[in-house]
Design a protein around this ligand. Structure first.
Ligand SMILES: Nc1ncnc2c1ncn2[C@@H]1O[C@H](COP(=O)(O)OP(=O)(O)OP(=O)(O)O)[C@@H](O)[C@H]1O
Length: 238
């Protein structure tokens, strides 16, 4: 797949289909209602009770990833250009959205200690610090925070916080803790600490769809020195 031109898009929509679970594979008797065409960025959904001749519904996105896709492929296509642009001085956000059990935690977090299985957030930690360690004559300050939005309340490590607005900062979370992070391990430590304070565990079968729960890991990257600006990178998933 080519990345040509993708860096200039301001919003990109990428779909990843996870492999069917054993239960789903048994129920579908091996025939999937989904077809993924990664080359064309297209997904076809077949109605299992379709009348003869009824065509499948087709949906096209900036990129699509089938069940054979790796964490690295998803990061390189969907996130790497965005983090590169944050390191060049733009703000960027990745938001993973989907029904419970569709693979958001796998895609965003994965297995952080495993290079092949780590997801978007740990891959971004490594990407950011690899860039910083390579840059000559430029110093950076990296600060991170982790918040949860649960039933319209904003929480930071369990503390309830308020959303405010000011002419200087725009919309911001008052008293949100920002921790100076010097390497991927420190960022990962913060992620683990925040996870312990989540109101809702992942793939919580008792969760009602009306209970909005969003986790957001924020990074502020500041180039130190005269005129050094600060840029935000946000990784969120529901
Ligand atoms: N691309 C993938 N490859 C292999 N396994 C996957 C993939 N995506 C998801 N899974 C597996 O599917 C299951 C559900 O995924 P996951 O927990 O990431 O869903 P979720 O969308 O985060 O759910 P929830 O909203 O309830 O937290 C997990 O067992 C996960 O390991």
């Amino acid at each position: 797949m080519s990345n040509k031109g993708k860096a200039c898009e301001s919003v990109r929509v990428v779909v990843r289909c996870r492999p069917p679970s054993n239960k789903e594979a048994t129920a579908d008797k091996g025939s999937s209602i989904l077809e993924v065409d990664a080359e064309l960025g297209r997904i076809c959904v077949r109605n299992p009770s379709a009348l003869p001749g009824e065509p499948a519904k087709e949906f096209t996105f900036h990129s699509v990833f089938g069940w054979g896709s790796t964490q690295c492929e998803v990061y390189d296509d969907a996130v790497r250009p965005l983090v590169d642009s944050v390191l060049l001085g733009f703000n960027g956000t990745v938001f993973a959205y989907g029904q419970t059990g569709t693979g958001k935690t796998w895609t965003m977090r994965g297995v952080p200690a495993d290079t092949e299985k780590r997801g978007v957030i740990p891959n971004a930690f490594h990407h950011i610090f690899a860039h910083i360690s390579r840059s000559r004559g430029q110093k950076y300050l990296v600060r991170s925070s982790y918040l949860e939005i649960y039933q319209e309340e904003i929480r930071d490590l369990g503390r309830k916080l308020e959303l405010k607005e000011s002419p200087e900062e725009g919309v911001y979370v008052k008293d949100l803790s920002w921790v100076v992070t010097k390497d991927p391990a420190e960022m990962h430590h913060l992620l683990t600490l925040g996870d312990r304070c989540r109101s809702v565990g992942s793939t919580d079968a008792n969760r009602r769809s009306s209970e909005l729960n969003v986790l957001c890991f924020n990074v502020k990257i500041k180039i130190l020195g005269p005129g050094g600006k600060q840029h935000f990178f946000k990784c969120a998933f529901n």
